[in-house]
Design a protein around this ligand. Sequence first.
Ligand code: PEP
Ligand code: MG
Length: 276
Amino acid sequence: MALEAGAQGVGLMRTEFLFLGRNSAPDEQEQYRAYRDMTETMGGRSLIIRALDIGGDKKAPYLNLPAEENPILGVRGARLLLIRQDLLYTQLRALYRAAAHGPIRIMFPMVTHTSEIEALRTHCERARAQVNGPQLKIGIMVEVPAVAVMAEKFAPLVDFFSVGTNDLTQYTLAIDRQHPELASQADSLHPAVLNLIDRTVRAAKKHSTWVGVCGGLAADPLGARILTGLGVDELSMSAQDIAAVKAALRAESFVSMQALAERALAAGSADEVRAL
Ligand code: PEP
Ligand code: MG
């Protein structure tokens, strides 16, 4: 569907769908088949598969994870994978095996510390060696504000960044993205979020690391123009949003999107940005 809708690759394949709504975790063979089928369908185009992002608002009861007072700030994403290495290695081995059939990139969610990506890279190399897989590009989601602020420290450790504007907005504005009353204020066009993305892009460019955006802001025609103006290299969105975003980008010059981005960074509120 994505290719038919004009996608040139897949910027975020959420592997949670393999784990949710069932009674046990998918084994290595089941995961391998799913990832292999996807990369074959992509016909050589880029496919970024995100490692499991369970925890927070995404629950799998059979994993028997302890209840938490604040799951959104708790053991989720990379934090869980580093504790539950059974899950991590099953997934990594499946990914490295599937990568024999087409280009796959691995992306880790919810990274907060440089030590986490260092440890994850070591685990990737170990899993790769176990199945004699090819070397793969490894990237991280930028969805914790600390990573955006310290992007200069992370850029040399990764092959790419992908900004998750949904969580980056939630954590920057301290608004639960699913809160029944407040979620509408969790607006990714908030200048605080845009300034963090700008900082991430600048740090990445210094280290020749490319930056994508895979959160909802990339699917918003205004958001996509601002992100392009900020120098983001790649935008990822649902298939149904591709046409509107392409139309928005093709209707404007890069220079005018850069000017728009400059004004957005200097705005005082999300409403002011929207008014631009
Ligand atoms: C994000 O946080 O922006 C993101 C793309 O990840 P998810 O929506 O799956 O948390
Ligand atoms: Mg996220």
